[in-house]
Write a protein that binds this ligand. Sequence first.
Ligand code: ATP
Length: 199
Amino acid sequence: MLKVGITGGIGSGKTTVCQIFSQLGIPIFNADQAVKDLYANHSGLKIQLQSAFGSEVYTPTNQINIPFLKGLLLSPEKTEKLNKIVHPLVFQAFYDWADQQNAPYVVKEAAILFESGANKTVDSTIGVIAPEEIRIQRVKQRDNRSLEEIQSIISKQLSNDELREKCDYIIENDGSQSLIEQVRELHAQLLHESAHFRS
Ligand code: ATP
């Protein structure tokens, strides 16, 4: 089955675009949610994380320890070690999920599609692009995040120019073109692609 990845910077509109694909009947896999589910339910992951980072990585009530995790992410080496454990499990969860879907194609939503190597788990990629100022405004309205926090996240993500270069398809979400129309057009192209797809 054809697998499509959707990515974009914070506040670009990935989730909004995925909601439109979902309304068109396309199953959506959310990579961020999958990570949370793995932390909560995958006993093998818990064992691996505790052996790599110590028992504190889970709380005494068996929840992932978010402040501890945030501390780990301050270190590039520890982040890499964490990613090497978690990302392959997310890839596998995606393949297992995709195998169970009955649709012409499936979509994976991932903020760090290229950075995590998840682009290799999909056949086509879509970048959702909006100017930085618009994204900042939208995220400020949506979340209780400071401007500094939003800018710091943006600085660690791929730029719009990099996404334009890397992605097979681009959706412009700057308010100048209808999002629904762009997704409808892309859906028609992906249906065509899926009809000719051999995995
Ligand atoms: P994140 O990476 O932070 O999860 P995202 O890329 O998934 O963000 P969304 O959550 O889809 O982005 O959109 C960010 C905010 O902007 C949401 O509140 C959404 O409702 C709003 N938004 C998205 N697209 C538009 C649009 N075209 N016009 C107005 N508001 C929009």
